[in-house]
Design a protein around this ligand. Structure first.
Ligand SMILES: [Cu+2]
Length: 168
């Protein structure tokens, strides 16, 4: 029992070693989670989707900047998004019932912390089987202070991301 105490003490630890990013900022990237429908081999299935205002399923951020995301739960069920593999203050980790209460339908939650790494990651729900129902998307952290001229971003695997929607 005593061995568990140091681990429990880490929950809710304040930011600190990751630099300062204001919790509420007006220029936050608005990410929405929605319910949608896909058709696979002629059969329709209800799934989730993570979308940005421009319709892109891929979220890009640059190392050294603030993450600064407002997540809107536009589904009919509680949820949250986990930023897989990111080094961040524990309260920003996005795991419902572990580091935060779930975001209820129609509500928003703002995540903000300094991006301290680069590479290819992903974001996904840790709530129930939402991840298995496609509440997941690429999350790419571009390197800071590097000349990216002439560099092309990787194209997405069409098998994963060309969804054929039944409607809308
Ligand atoms: Cu994960």
């Amino acid at each position: 029992m005593l061995l568990l105490l140091p681990a429990l003490a880490l929950l809710g630890e304040p930011t600190g070693s990751y630099g300062s990013c204001e919790k509420i900022t007006p220029e936050a990237t608005h990410i929405q989670i929605i319910e949608t429908e896909i058709v696979v081999e002629g059969k329709s299935s209800k799934v989730f989707e993570i979308i940005q205002p421009d319709g892109s399923p891929v979220f890009y951020k640059t190392e050294g900047m603030c993450f600064n995301v407002t997540l809107e739960n536009a589904t009919s069920v509680p949820s949250s998004l986990h930023w897989h593999g990111l080094l961040l203050p524990n309260p920003e980790d996005g795991v419902a019932y572990v580091t935060q209460p779930p975001i209820l339908p129609g509500e928003t939650y703002t995540y903000n912390f300094e991006v301290v790494q680069n590479g290819t990651f992903w974001m996904h729900s840790h709530f129930g089987l939402q991840e298995q129902k496609l509440m997941a998307a690429p999350l790419i952290l571009l390197p800071a202070k590097k000349n990216l001229t002439g560099m092309s971003l990787p194209s997405l695997n069409p098998l994963l991301f060309n969804r054929s929607k039944k409607s809308g």
